[in-house]
Write a protein that binds this ligand. Sequence first.
Ligand code: ZN
Ligand code: ZN
Ligand code: FE
Length: 756
Amino acid sequence: MKKFLDKHTASVHVKGLVQGVGFRPFIYCLAKKYKLKGWVENRNDGVVIEVQGNKKSVEKFISLIKTQAPVASNIVTIFSKKTKPGNFSDFQIIKSKNTSDEITDISPDIAVCDECLKDMKIQENRINYPFINCTNCGPRFTIIKDLPYDREKTTMSPFIMCKSCAAEYTDILDRRFHAQPVACSVCGPEYELIYKGKIINDLQKILKIVCELIEVGKIIAIKGLGGFHIACDAQNEEVVKRLRKKKNRDGKPFAVMFSDIKSLKDYAIVNDVHASILQSWRRPIILLNEKKKLAPSVNVGFDTIGAMLPYMPIHYLLFEKLNIPVIVLTSGNISDEPIIIDNEEAKKQLTGISDALLIYNREIYNRTDDSVAMVVNNKERVIRRSRGFTPTPVELKINVDGILATGAELVNCFCIGKGKQAILSQHIGDLKNIETLEFYTETIEQFKKLFRVKPTLIACDKHPDYLSTKYANDLELPKIQIQHHHAHIASCMTEHGLDEKVIGVAFDGIGLGDDNKIWGGEFFVCDLKDYKRITHFDYIPMPGGDKATKNPWRMAVSFLYKFFGKDFLNFNLPFLKNINKKDIDLLLYAIDKNINCPLTSSAGRLFDAVAALTNICTFSTFHAEAPMRLESVMDDNCNKYYDFEIIKTIKFDKTFKGIIDDIKSGTSVSVISAKFHNTIINIIFAVVSEIRKDKKIDKVVLSGGSFQNRYILEKIENLLIDNGFNIYSQRSIPANDGGIALGQLAIAAKRREMVH
Ligand code: ZN
Ligand code: ZN
Ligand code: FE
């Protein structure tokens, strides 16, 4: 009788990332451990558990769910209540139900785990099997077509499990219990090498040939997790140069993959924070300072490398056989188009670039590039958010349901709102060609379906020419246009859960302002709803509009003409020797007559001008190349700076006079670069100090692509913290335009909330 009275039954609802990460087996084992009866079930909106046992055990069980959950899971809420006792004989895992429109998180792809790597050497049916995975690792987002996350809704559905895999899949205590992509050499996907018109199926032969080819300087296209890669020896200048030519890529560094952390440490400076991110299950590319040179064409003059570690079983198998520690592993695409995911497409497009093609017969459903991050002040900062991160949502305090934010133009990501969650798409790319636009529109449709969202409100950029704005205009739905830099600041605020008045510093390349001028060096006082522009970089003509972005020398000439008139032509400036005299005259004429010379306050264009003026980068071959090169040559130990003035707006007359004096006196570009960077830091400090005095606000939010400058971000954060400011910068959401959509979403939600 006493025993019966002791019986306590609770119903527990867990929301967050709890599917496809070994959550139900974890619950099962935990329940067994505490001798509880009941069941656990996957629903669209999370995992539901009913447990019965003595009260203490039930309470202990509930408290341990959060603290002991599997590594890749992310619990957002646990709701539990006492419920009427059921009649359970056991603890069971019951079959998935598709219950409501609410959905639970979908796991990003997870790097192969250590246990699977071990199994790959001992399990009979998985010896060197390159698609090995378990509930703790393997493909997820890239193979999911629909929810709930079950095998038949993934691109694994054509593969019928063999007896042995099925046994693991159904054994609750097995590490592969309900691992949807479970597979082995008997029943799973296979690689195939296409080389010299022949098809090779034997994996050992494939590995041998691929390694030999890489070692003798050939280029291989390899199907990855979220799209194709192109690989070659990163120490062989000849092949890297050839790849550059074939890919039609001038100056943008290639990512590299090292065999392991030990060999990476020979080539780059790796601290503990770098190491833990590099080895985390998300396995992004990390920007590191170079220690020992790779082939010069890998990073073409930069002092940094973008490095990653193996994350697919095939990477490990290749490095086991390869006699070199590092390979280039760049995205398999044609110039700025999305990376290729389809085998047939790869055969058509990549055969011209590569000497052999390594493919496999499982479809990639959701395209994802490698993610890229950097570390500043010992914190990870995601620059490109894709594989390993997408589609992890951002939790908000306000309701964002039904809002679709279409993002900006460059490095586009869009964002959809589901309840109080913002789901940012994977990196889409620059919305400048039809292929990327197709990827964009298809992915929006896919997200609507996958996350069960019917948009009722659209948030987009103010710029009418962005394809993302045009896309928004074509939808017959209410629409809110959002100023670009306000969206940048709101993105960072949202990441940090801020919903109040802050000082916003938004520095970037280009964004349309309220006065129809091009903004980009902006100081705001703002909240999520609205903003007030306090001051900005003084306007300067941007001769040729978009052309100025590709030709930093144009901005240098524009600044020089403004501050020195035609005198600058007699300064004997080295960078002008690279420019056609006629082009300079034409430019000055255009400025005089105001022909296609929009005014801009852009920080990016200012950096461009200084990079050109110092002859570091007069022509740009990829987005933000000039500022990146200017940062790259800097002498970090120089504390000097240039003068500037703030008379309503921020004026650079004295800055440029200082730079010209330095050039004339033969000061090194490393010192000029440092002095210029320090000037920008001083400007931010001076302006936000003034605003704090005036408005009594001490929270400073930094965003915009210019805050990818590691030097500026590090120094300004420290300086502001030392002076009693509260400082917020972007971490898991990009500071560049890839983070804009999140800000757009939050602003639209806030304005909608105010109306209701
Ligand atoms: Zn595993
Ligand atoms: Zn099997
Ligand atoms: Fe921007």
